[in-house]
Design a protein around this ligand. Structure first.
Ligand SMILES: [Fe+2]
Length: 162
């Protein structure tokens, strides 16, 4: 290991929950027109534990809409994509709302390659009242969220096994 290069901690896994559906379409923009919720852009990289970006990593996202509802009939707010050659992903969607006892969150599955283990986790928004009371909440998977004029811009880097 080269000097100054610390091994990165793997992204914490968080339970899958009841609403995952395999077979999501490949796309970076996952909200159909008219979906309730403020615009949310989420982006970042997929890294290995050495901090190297992982190209062509698979990411599958799913989450509730701005009313706290999942689409369990179709694939609205569901989609998978692959990182670019520099390990970046980019998701355009709407901001999910909390539901039942759950704090607002974005579900994700991430895999460095077809022979790698799948990370299943949930990403959370800082400063949400429900973060304190949701037993599934994980502070290690808080996103960085910036307020933009007409949207929220969130960033998160995943660290996965290769
Ligand atoms: Fe959920």
């Amino acid at each position: 290991m080269s000097a100054g290069k610390e091994r990165l901690e793997l992204t914490a896994s968080v339970e899958e929950g009841p609403y995952y559906k395999a077979g999501s379409p490949e796309r970076r923009s996952i909200a159909s027109p008219g979906t309730p919720g403020r615009k949310l852009v989420l982006e970042g990289r997929v890294l290995d534990t050495e901090g190297n970006p992982v190209a062509r990593a698979w990411l599958d996202f799913w989450h509730a809409d701005g009313n706290g509802q999942y689409d369990n009939e179709g694939y609205n707010l569901r989609g998978h994509q692959y990182t670019d050659e520099n390990g970046y992903y980019h998701l355009e969607t709407v901001r999910p709302k909390e539901y039942l006892f759950r704090a607002a969150h974005v579900h994700a599955k991430v895999r460095a390659s077809e022979s790698s283990p799948v990370l299943t986790t949930q990403l959370f928004f800082p400063g949400e009242a429900r973060n304190v009371t949701d037993p599934i909440f994980e502070e290690k998977t808080l996103m960085n969220v910036a307020e933009m004029q007409d949207s929220q811009k969130a960033t998160f880097d995943f660290v996965v096994e290769t």
